[in-house]
Design a protein around this ligand. Structure first.
Ligand SMILES: [Zn+2]
Length: 141
């Protein structure tokens, strides 16, 4: 059943990413010409425009580049407050993802956590693994 869904989920460009998610693998693109990594997926390399891009397993660790706390409910299944962050992966690309536990600060080391979803591929989230943050959350007045 999972394989049926994984082969059908996403479009031609994003399907490999979601197939990886079904296997709890965070995969990103790497250029075979220049070695640059990129996320989200594109049909060519952003660095050298080569179309020789391949999928590789990311380490699935990184650093919180930016983070915010959502305090208003925008989806029925997401109860606030929760954190959404831009995570800079160790390979370089940045991705938008939730922070499990809601205790993230800029600069924290994070690693992947897969959030299970019914009838959908698991969603990549991150959790803080080292409190190396240099900037604490500020509340706007
Ligand atoms: Zn390239």
């Amino acid at each position: 059943m999972v394989s049926e869904m994984s082969s059908a989920y996403g479009d031609a460009l994003t399907r490999p990413f979601w197939q990886g998610a079904f296997e709890r693998r965070l995969i990103i693109q790497r250029c075979r010409e220049c070695g640059a990594h990129q996320f989200y997926p594109r049909p060519y390399c952003l660095n050298c425009q080569s179309d020789a891009v391949e999928w590789i397993d990311a380490k699935a660790t990184g650093v919180i580049y930016s983070v915010t706390t959502v305090r208003m409910q925008v989806l029925p299944e997401l109860l606030p407050p929760y954190q959404v962050a831009i995570v800079e992966l160790d390979e370089g690309p940045r991705m938008l993802a939730g922070i499990e536990g809601g205790d993230g600060s800029i600069g924290n080391r994070v690693e992947i956590r897969w959030r299970e979803r019914e009838n959908l591929p698991p969603l990549p989230m991150f959790a803080v693994i080292a409190d190396t943050g240099i900037v604490r959350e500020r509340t706007l007045s």
